[in-house]
Design a protein around this ligand. Structure first.
Ligand code: PEP
Ligand code: MG
Length: 917
């Protein structure tokens, strides 16, 4: 049995918790987000109802043993005594009763995923006593029926239907539409009906012993940590199962005590746009969940200024202080009980990608946080989400809007409509369909359907309803409260003014504007230029990474962090990369230029040429177009380095498909067509001759250059002729010629001097002087291992981690992903797909070794990466740690990489580069 310790802390004991936990993060871990927030607010003098927190440590003990730890319950009872004194009320005393809530609260917010039980302490006697005290039987019976209902559904997991059915039936019998029409007598009748339903299901009476109520509720909250909903949510968000939840026992305050009472939720800034304006909703004469559930139509928070101006001003003052205190946008819950304001919760609010960036930038400009903190608050995923597609503006102009609702989470989603979470998830996972989940409103057990869907649409609820909050967190486009839509769950249809959409039909949901369309609307990528806050933030990120003392080299010299370059083959890609902030081209795959329709026939003839002279003839035809390609690239990247990789793939990739050609030849033979047959037969024979069993390990890269030097000789001539022409036009050109797939320095010894001779000849011919480099890709393990030798010739390295991963693991990169890789990751044999995220222990280690050895030979060796990993934040961090100068990735990922480079720079600021030991 666990030894006795302090399991329970009053809100005002926060200093003691801090001492025990060692840090505020430790306090959050022990008391949970809600508990630590309440304690912190209490300390700051914010009006918080008296209460205490049972720690997450107690939850973890309970999970192990199924019992409360020793002494915990005694500590609860002792704390309750203090709370009774503070509140001036007594738990279970009909003459002056204290009611409490029992609320879950883990370190990281898991909205609605665990249990909360309100109004604990009510029983038949207490109810009578409260009626005498308040003279408000309607409120008392309403509170009592809520307790019976919550006890049944959350403590005993009874179906909601058990209580919803009698309520609906009762209302129908009376001809009521809304709960607000229910009178005291009606609620009294409902309490009786609920108690009967409870007993029928449970086999025993609803507990009248208030301490038993508290004990059962506390257990239920602990148990809800391991409930399916909570586990699913933790899996989706990466929260550890070991953290446990705390339990907060808080004095109940009532928003449903008449028209001078109310309850609401608010964000201190707009969580959708980030605008610095309070956004919230409240309801008079209501209890908390009425607002969040989105069942009753709420009032905007500004209107509170009209109904209760003093409370409104106090509220604005407190929330302003809370924002300053936490230095972040707050999501608060409050209740007004007979004109007195109580703050029930504050936490850092969930927000969209757009508002994450705007709030970080604004708060830094307001002096609330520094620029480093602003940069750290934005994760690379947030930037990714922001650059996600939007609906094409032109298409929207002509499309007919089917319905309109609240724009709860931005972005464009296209999918087939499904009317429940299970079906949406099934269609998405099993049938690989794009789905939109459509519901009247959502509840926590709908989250799996939301996560699996492209978008979410509800006909009820506001901007703080469950659907809205969850969708924003996961970056799922979402519209809520599209109230003109009638959803018929039984017949699986929705309807607006007679226009019916059946389950499975395509719809398009614009979470940015709140508009719904029938059918599939085309989407387009947003332009970065318009996102001024993101541009500002990325500028700060670049400044951080460019600081001169971010890294310490092995020889003690100081160096900046990573630069971000881009992989671009065409001038238009290079221009985009540059506009996205790339500081160079790290890879131009020249072979792509050979595939263009008018060039391919010449390329094919060049490959099939029988003599060097014949080949050179065709290459001379290609030279002017290649020169033009490079000219465009240099112009686009004026002032920046451009790495041009010489031809890499095996030659058969340029030839017609062998199987198809064979079929054509056979058909011609069968039909007796002789015209052109001989040419096709010859072509087929040549293609067969080029056939290799393992082409990725065959005649490609530098091997091909050695077998047919004429091709790369033409390419180098084109590069330097273009560079010289550009230089003459005043463009600053920094070409770097990259030789692919080197495995031994001998290959470089064979090819590189010939190529340098061409570069010299051309620059002399053209009478220009320009800086250039010759270097190689490191994409074969042997190259990494012999990097010291390779660096005697190579003036730069660029890690081709696509091939390096392929060859280190021995996994075919074209096949592994659709064969065994998924199984390997699922079985935990591989932690992640190594083609997406660098394998630090294997491939990463080779890189580290190559950098060390390479720089021993050539201290100023420039090192980059141009495999897909160059745009992956985790891999970028590794590149920072081992001393890369830059990472190069696709133009679209450049903003993400810039941010990731800054994050790595801050995380390891001033640290020595990690040397290979
Ligand atoms: C690589 O191998 O990582 C690389 C960039 O080259 P490619 O993908 O063209 O083989
Ligand atoms: Mg490669």
């Amino acid at each position: 049995m666990a030894k006795s310790k302090k399991w329970v802390y009053l809100f005002e004991e926060v200093a003691e918790v801090e001492k025990y936990a060692g840090s505020w993060d430790g306090v959050r871990g022990l008391l949970g987000g809600k508990g630590s927030g309440l304690a912190d607010m209490t300390r700051a003098g914010v009006p918080v109802p008296p209460g205490f927190t049972i720690t997450t440590e107690a939850c973890n003990e309970f999970r192990k043993t199924g019992k409360f730890p020793l002494d915990m319950w005694d500590q609860v009872l002792a704390a309750l005594k203090v709370v009774e004194q503070q509140a001036g009320k007594k738990f279970g005393d009909p003459s002056n009763p204290l009611l409490v809530s029992c609320r879950s609260g883990a370190k990281f917010s898991m909205p609605g995923m665990m249990n909360t039980i309100l109004n604990i302490g009510l029983n038949d006697e207490v109810a009578e006593g409260m009626i005498n005290l308040t003279g408000n039987p309607r409120f008392v019976y309403d509170s009592y029926r809520r307790l019976v209902e919550m006890f049944g559904t959350t403590v005993f997991n009874f179906d909601d239907e058990l209580f919803e059915h009698p309520l609906d039936e009762y209302k129908a019998g009376k001809g009521y539409k809304l709960d607000i029409e229910m009178t005291a007598e009606d609620w009294k009748a409902l309490v009786a009906a609920f108690k009967v339903a409870f007993k029928k299901q449970a086999g025993f009476d609803f507990p009248q012993d208030v301490f038993k109520q508290l004990e059962l509720a506390t257990k239920a909250v602990f148990e809800s940590w391991m409930g399916k909903r909570a586990i699913d949510y933790r899996k989706a968000t990466g929260i550890s199962d070991d953290l446990g939840t705390a339990v907060n026992i808080v004095t109940m305050v009532f928003g449903n005590m008449g028209d001078d009472s109310g309850t609401g939720v608010a964000f201190t800034r707009n969580p959708s746009t980030g605008d610095k304006k309070m956004m919230g909703e409240y309801l008079l004469n209501a209890q908390g969940e009425d607002v969040v559930a989105g069942i009753r139509n709420t009032d905007q928070i500004e209107n509170l200024n009209k109904t209760m101006p003093a409370v409104y001003h106090q509220f604005m003052d407190i929330t302003g202080k809370l924002e300053k205190h936490y230095k972040d946008m707050q999501d608060v819950e409050f209740t007004i009980e007979r004109g007195k304001l109580w703050m029930l919760q504050t936490r850092n609010g969930k927000r969209t990608a757009k508002s994450t960036i705007k709030i970080a930038v604004d708060m830094s400009n307001e002096g609330l946080i520094g620029r480093e903190e602003a940069v750290l608050r934005v994760t690379p995923e947030v930037v990714d989400a922001l650059l996600h597609p939007q609906f094409d503006e032109n298409a929207k102009k002509t499309a007919v809007v089917y319905a309109k609702g609240v724009n709860a989470s931005p972005g464009a989603a296209v999918g087939q409509a499904y009317f429940d979470a299970d079906t949406a998830e099934k269609m998405a996972k099993e049938n690989k369909q794009q789905t939109i989940m459509v519901r009247p409103f959502t509840k926590p057990d709908d989250v799996h359907g939301m996560i699996a869907s492209q978008g979410v649409l509800t006909s009820e609820g506001g901007a703080t309803s469950h659907a809205a909050v969850v969708a924003r967190q996961f970056g799922i486009p979402c519209i809520v409260g599209a109230s003109m839509i009638k959803i018929d769950l039984e017949n699986r249809i929705m309807e607006v003014d007679g226009k019916v959409v059946r389950e499975g039909e395509w719809i398009s949901v614009d979470g940015t504007t709140g508009q719904v369309y029938v059918g599939k609307l085309p989407t387009s990528a947003p332009s970065l230029e318009e996102q001024t806050d993101l541009l500002t933030l990325l500028g700060w990120a670049d400044d951080i990474a460019a600081r001169k003392d971010i890294r310490i080299l092995p020889d003690g010299r100081k160096a900046p962090g990573l630069q971000v370059w881009a992989n671009a083959d065409y001038p238009k890609d290079a221009r985009r990369a540059r506009s996205y902030g790339a500081k160079g081209i790290g890879l131009c795959r020249t072979e792509h230029m050979f595939f263009e329709t008018e060039r391919l026939p010449i390329v094919q003839k060049m490959i099939l040429a029988e003599t060097s002279a014949e080949r050179t003839g065709y290459l001379n035809q290609l030279l002017p177009t290649q020169r033009k390609d490079f000219d465009g690239l240099f112009e686009a990247m004026d002032g920046y380095p451009v790495i041009i990789r010489l031809i890499d793939p095996p030659l058969h990739e340029f030839m017609p498909d062998e199987e198809k050609l064979f079929e054509e030849v056979v058909t011609m033979r069968v039909k007796g067509q002789t015209e052109g047959l001989k040419e096709k037969e010859d072509l087929l024979a040549s293609i067969k001759a080029l056939h290799e069993s393992n082409p990725m390990m065959g005649l490609r890269g530098v091997r091909l250059s050695i077998a047919m030097p004429e091709i790369v000789e033409m390419q180098v001539r084109a590069i330097f002729e273009a560079a010289a022409d550009c230089t003459k036009r005043g463009i600053v050109v920094r070409p770097e010629v990259m030789i692919p797939l080197t495995g031994t320095v001998k290959e470089l010894e064979w090819i590189q001097p010939r190529l340098i001779r061409i570069a010299k000849t051309v620059t002399e011919e053209k009478k220009v002087d320009l800086p250039y480099k010759f270097g190689t890709m490191i994409e074969i393990p042997r190259a990494a291992v012999t990097a010291g030798e390779i660096a005697t010739l190579a003036e730069f390295f660029s890690f081709g981690t696509n091939d390096l991963t392929q060859m280190t693991y021995g996994y075919s990169r074209d096949d592994a992903e659709r064969n065994f890789l998924v199984t390997y990751v699922a079985a935990g044999i591989l932690p992640r797909n190594p083609f997406q995220t660098l394998d630090r222990e294997g491939v990463g280690k080779l890189m580290q070794m190559a950098i060390n050895d390479g720089r021993k030979t050539r201290p100023d060796l420039e090192v980059g990466i141009c495999g897909e990993h160059g745009g992956d934040p985790d891999s970028i961090e590794w590149c920072h740690m081992i001393g890369n100068n830059y990472v190069s990735c696709s133009p679209f990922r450049v903003p993400i990489a810039r941010l990731a480079a800054a994050h790595a720079a801050l995380k390891y600021s001033g640290q020595k580069i990690a040397e290979d030991k």
